[in-house]
Design a protein around this ligand. Structure first.
Ligand code: UDP
Length: 474
């Protein structure tokens, strides 16, 4: 059974960035790409991660690789398939890296055996397809164990760590100890922020690249209010017309009867009405995203002081193979919902979004983010938090936890609001303040968009990647 599955990559034109970044910056971008392409000399750039959809890493790879390919670089994307035992260990590593105990089991010899049984074989599988001159970029803990095998080929191997924590715990250090031996063999390691760099790595091989969003992807591109309402009613999330007109090239959402009625089986709560005020969190079903805290904070501190509805949307749990905890966490959220009185349930909406069609999913996420009056991201740990930048680009006021990469995005009180990750009352207060002061909400939203334009566009991270590869190849 092959362990790697190839993901198709589209080719997108860099030209679309010209109006956003301006002619001069755009020409510099083209020049740098041309140089990078010449240096690669037709060789491939291989990326490996653990899922092609659902979650920030997949989200970024879709765009990053498509622009690379559009610029003539031979980008390849492989997903490590693994098995249940492997993903139980990698989820433990993921939770440990975030400072949490996870399933409470240790990263011992037995865990290493399970881990390496997949990573070494996946490394061998990839090694057969690589030729001298290619470059490999591995993403996140699931792929680290491939490094020793790939380094034997003599090609540059870079590891990108998308997770991190402000203050490492004993669990974090245990995960570092488990992975460090592999990581040290890479030619470079990329972290999202300075605070995330592990102890005892080689500073000369350490590179910082903050994540970015693709403002032209179906998830972020402009939608009219009519399209927002149409998409949400077609997805069964909002009452109203079930048909709407969208350009076929933009969104392949099938509006035929039957399909438009589809609403994921796990949904709790009634449909939104067009004039409902919406507070939104979109996140995977992961305890580090704190769905229970989001619900409890809303019920205690927002619901009694406003007319707002809370909509918590996450991916359909069957779709995400590398996240074994998703089902359990969704069940916890549903149980919390079920225990609430009927009139409270009226104002809560737990939604699982269909993931079969990536563009359709993206369109729904886009519409939800634009539909919301306030977006929240009340995570307990967050490497970066793409959902924050996505909402900011759409001029939403965001209330988010003062943790991880969220702090790099939101300038507190200016382009959004930061609150203590465990402080439900502060989260509630910040949301109610924005709901009751639409002028403040609009100002914050406008500044949020500028913040993303200035610091978190894909072009910035593309240039940083090119600079790194030039360094490795020259
Ligand atoms: N996302 C999605 N559908 C969902 C839930 C999340 O498309 O049902 C996307 C979300 O829009 C964002 C990414 O998944 O682009 C999540 O990235 P983030 O950095 O916020 O968190 P991660 O999941 O990587 O921890």
């Amino acid at each position: 059974m092959p362990l790697l599955d190839s993901v198709p990559i589209a080719a997108l034109p860099l030209e679309r960035f010209e109006p956003v970044i301006g002619g001069e910056a755009f020409h510099r971008l083209l020049e740098r790409f041309a140089r990078g392409r010449d240096l690669l000399g037709g060789h491939a750039m291989w990326h490996v991660n653990s899922t092609s959809r659902g979650g920030g890493v997949a989200e970024m790879l879709v765009s990053l690789l498509a622009y690379g390919r559009g610029a003539g670089i031979d980008e390849r994307w492989e997903v490590i398939e693994g098995n249940e035992a492997f993903f139980a260990v990698t989820k433990r590593i993921h939770n440990n890296l975030h400072g949490a105990a996870g399933d409470g089991l240790p990263l011992d010899d037995e865990a290493r055996e399970v881990y390496e049984s997949v990573t070494l074989a996946a490394g061998e599988e990839l090694a057969e397809r690589i030729v001298p001159g290619d470059i490999v970029l591995l993403h996140d803990p699931q792929t680290v164990g491939m490094i020793p095998v790939l380094k034997r080929l003599g090609v540059p191997v870079v590891w990108r760590c998308h997770v991190g924590i402000d203050t490492p715990s004993a669990h974090t250090r245990a995960a570092w100890a488990f992975l460090r031996g592999y990581v040290l063999q890479a030619d470079a390691y990329i972290f999202s922020r300075r605070q995330y760099v592990w102890e005892d790595l080689d500073p000369d091989r350490t590179v910082l690249i903050a994540p970015a969003i693709d403002v032209f992807s179906p998830k972020n591109q402009v939608l009219s209010d009519g399209q927002v309402d149409g998409i949400l009613s077609a997805a069964g999330l909002q009452e109203g017309s079930r048909t709407f007109a969208v350009e076929p090239s933009f969104l392949r959402m099938d509006t035929s009867p039957g399909r438009v009625e589809r609403r994921a089986e796990a949904d709790e709560g009634r449909r939104l009405r067009p004039d409902d005020v919406v507070v939104l969190q979109i996140s995977r079903w992961d305890r580090l995203k704190d769905p229970i805290g989001v619900i409890d904070g809303f019920v205690r501190h927002i619901l009694p002081r406003s007319e707002a509805h809370l909509l918590y949307a996450g991916p359909s749990v069957d779709a995400i193979s590398d996240d074994p905890e998703g089902k359990e966490v969704l069940e916890e959220a549903k149980a919390r919902f079920a225990a609430l009185p009927g009139e409270v349930q009226e104002r809560l909406h737990l939604v699982t979004l269909p993931m079969v069609d990536v563009e359709e999913n993206a369109a729904i996420v886009n519409a939800l983010q634009r539909r919301a009056q306030v977006v929240v991201q009340k995570s307990i740990a967050e490497g970066f938090g793409l959902t924050v930048a996505e909402a900011m680009w759409k001029e939403r006021p965001v209330v988010a936890s003062r943790i991880g990469g969220i702090q790099d995005q939101i300038e507190d009180g200016r382009s959004g609001k930061l609150v203590g990750a465990q402080d439900l009352a502060a989260y509630g207060r910040a949301v109610v303040d924005l709901l009751t002061d639409p002028a403040l909400a609009a100002e914050m939203g406008a500044r949020a968009r500028f913040r993303v334009r200035d610091a978190f566009l894909g072009t910035r991270s593309l240039l940083q990647y090119i600079a790194l590869f030039e360094r490795l190849v020259l």
